[in-house]
Structures are given as C-alpha cells and as structure tokens.
Design a protein around this ligand. Sequence first.
Ligand code: F6P
Length: 548
Amino acid sequence: MPTPIPDADPWKALNSAHAAMGARRTRELFDLDAARATRFSAEAEGILLDYSKQPIDAQALNALCALADATQLANRREAMFTGAAINSTEGRAVLHTALRDPEGAPLRVNGEDVRAAVGGELERLYAFAHALRQGELRTNDGGRFTTVVNIGIGGSDLGPKMVVEALAPYADAGLDFHFMSNPDSNEVLGILARIDPARTLFLVSSKTFTTQDTLANFRTALASMSRTHGSEAAALGHFCAITAAPAAAQALGFAEQRIFGFRDWVGGRYSLWSAIGLPIILAIGPQRFAELLAGARAMDRHFRTAPWGANLPVLLALTGIWNANVLDARTLLMVPYDARLAALPAYVQQLDMESNGKGVDLAGQPLARASGPVVWGSLGINGQHAFFQLVHQGTQRIPVDFIGVLRSPDQDVEHQRIVFSNMLAQAEALMCGRSRDEVRREMLAAGMAPERAELLAGHRSFPGDIPSNTLLIDELSPTRLGSLVALYEHKVFVQGVIWGINSFDQWGVELGKQLGKTIYQELCSQPDRTAHDPSTRALVARVHAALQ
Ligand code: F6P
C-alpha cells in the first residue's frame, strides 16, 4: 500500500512529487537507487514490464498509487467485473471480461444468466468453426471453403484482424483471410477481384448492424456473389452475420442459424472475445481460441488481485497519467518489434482513443485536466528509419511503449539479435540522451576544427529524459496474446477511472455520421445550395459533379 502523502489533493501530490525531483534526470535515478531496474519492473503472465525509464521516483509512484485509491479504483474495478451499469450514458454493464470466463461466478444482467449465454454462444461458434475447418460444412457446389472475408469496421475489424495476423503461425486450417473494412471502391472491388467466389465465406460483423460502411460492403459483396451463385438466396449460403442486433440481420435475409450473437454489454472495441472473434476461431481453431481467452482471463485475475505496485495494467496506466498530466505529454507511441504485432498499434489506438478521448466527466462537466493521449505507432524498426528522428530531437516529449517478443517459432537468432539490439538501444538513447558537451568533446577528440564542432554540437546532441516502458513477452502464443490485449484494455480502464470519464461510450463519432447522411443524400440527388458552411457547400458541389 502507498505510504501516506502530505497533500490532501492527490493531483497536487503529483506536482509536489515532481517538484521534489527537481531537475534530476531519469538516468540519475539509477545512481540513487541501485535496485531501480528491478524495483521499477513487474512481471505477470509471461510479460515483463520495465518502467524504470519513466521519470518517476518512489515518491511519485506513491503519489500515483494514492491517486488511484482516491478515485476509488478498486471499487470501480469490482463494479465492472460484477456487471454494474458503469457505462452510465448508455445504461449498460461492461462485461467483456465475462466473455473469457464462461465458467466464472454466477452473473445476471437484465435478468439473464450471463455465463450461460456466453457459454452457449461459444459452443455454437466452436461447432460452426469445427465443421468448416474439417470440411464438413460445404460450399454451394459441394467443395471446401478456402477463403474467409470479414466485412466490418472499427471494433468489428481491428481486433480479429490483429489477432489473426499475430497468431498466423498457429493457423492450421489452410484458410486465407481478407478484412474488408473500408467502403472505398478500391478496397472492396480489389478484394472481390482476388477471391474465388465459389470457395469464399463472408462474415458480416457489426455490433449494431446499422453501420453504413459495413452494410454497403455487404450489399456489394452479396450482389457479386449472387452473380456466381445464381440468386441472392443461394449466395447467402456463403454468408454469416455476427451482431448484437440479430433482428436487423434477419431483416436483411440472414438465416437464424447463420447469425452469431453477443450482448450489448460488449463494447465494439472490446469484442474480439465474442462472436466477433469468429475469424480467429476459424484460423486457429477452438482449442487455441480457448487459450487466447484463458490468457486474457489470467490477466483479468492479475488485474483484480495484484497490489497497485505489482499490477501491470495499473502501472502502465499510472505512468501514462504522469506523462499526460504532470509532463504534459499528449501522445503515446507504441512500437512493437515483432512483425506479427504490426496491427497492434492500430488496435490499441481505437481501444484507447475511442475509450478515453473524452472532454467531460461522468456528470457531463468539462474535465479539469488532459485525458487520453493520441496513440500512434508502427513496427519499431521501420519507425526508426522514418519518424524516430522527431521522437529523439523534436520539440515535444513523446512517451514510448517498446514491445518485444523473446522467442519466435523458427527464429533466426542472428536476426533476433539485430531486432533486440535496436529496441534496447532506442530506449537507452531516449532516456540517456547526449549532451552538447559530450558531443563537442567527441568531435574535438576526433580532430574536428573547434568552430565546426561548435556548429554541429547542437545538431548532434539529444535531450534525453524521454519516458519509455519496455514490455518483454516470453512468446507470442494465443495465451500470451490474450494477456497482452487484456493488459491494454485494463490500462485504458484504469486511466478512465482516474480521469473520471466514461470509457465505454463513443458519442464523439455521432455528429460526423449524422452530417454524412445528409451529404450522401445530396451526392445521390442534388447539392443543397443553402445548406452547410461555404467551404463544405463548395466541396459537396465539386464531388457531386465528379461522381455523376
Ligand atoms: O463509429 C464508431 C463505431 O461505432 C465503433 O465504436 C465500432 O467499433 C464501429 O463503429 C463499428 O460498429 P459496428 O460494429 O456496430 O458496425
């Protein structure tokens, strides 16, 4: 438990802790505490989190833990796990954790036995996947399905896509996967041109089954498939719907046995554990999917029981709070150093930014301080040769999460040495930096003229003190990936609690959708010459003319 701190206001205590550190550099904190590297590390479920390169000391950590206590984190956490309607603006429980624990303690929401509902749907999904993977489920012409196209966007795309890619070494059914998210003709027609319609299964994934992009892609895919299969009814034999609104799918012609469901207490960006994960089950099979769920469940248990100072999601969240609210860092860079995790930054981007990109508290009042950061990133090594320049020497401080996987199937040790030497060097360089004096001395020692050395010293020096976490995962098995994803889910939850916001709604996407409907109507008929601001009006007219 944290030691008591003098300030009654836990936010002020953070500033006091920051002031007490003075101008001390992060590198110096290691000189003051020989055990810092291990003291500021924690490990659970095969994931080591080294947060010792964060610019915090013991007082700062205590203040952060006290802040977590002051915001009733433990109570809020239990409220989530036990099905309270913590998504207050939508009046819903938040129970993605129940999806990975079908045999947990009894849980009822809206009079329904949650465990039974989750277990029952999982059985249906497993049976369907088993039949398709074994070749028992046949195409209209009696052959095997070889290709799966997932039509969905946001949470109905990013999660399954990321996991199918990350667990590609475990894919054992010889199926090809395509993820059609964008309604742009280039993407839709491109995928349709690449697949064999006689061998392809389409999964139409949409929690609401109202998303314009997904429905447009579905209609185009169905029309294209109907041409091959002779009729819409026959083509629908190659389609499944995955949704929390089964009636909407039935209204579009899906047969009941081809609709897989989940409840509205599963947020879209938290839904890969539900029927939305069907592409994953098809790719790696029910047994491996159960391992993915087990890994997430293990992280849930860790999050629910570990003290703050040893709790991975809480530590990730608290260091993020320090960076956002004390250091005023407005972004978070995520850089996996493993090609299998290439889609992880985009996945976490939606998870974090759609959850915590909010400007009001639970009572709808403006927040007093910054909330969710801009989350961005890509594979680390590629980033080094593209945007790391700005991270090292730009004018803003950009905290980084480095993610490495220690063992890979079929690994070439020499290649892995290159990868890890880069990753560790980047974190070291970001923290330690290099002073002007150091650089100048080196250049003079190498024989450079003093004026030239003076000129270059500024260009070649590095400010350092850029915060980073290093996460080392022992292997990228389904179990570990489940734990990793749950780790980031809970991190986002903790930050939302501390900022006092509802992390589970997304009203911010509504206005654009609403205006988009009006503009769509104009593009179909005539631009309204009295509507919109002058800029939008002129652009609508220009696009309308181009699309005639
Ligand atoms: O517009 C944002 C959003 O609602 C996300 O929250 C969601 O993941 C995505 O669109 C897709 O929604 P649906 O699964 O209902 O099609």
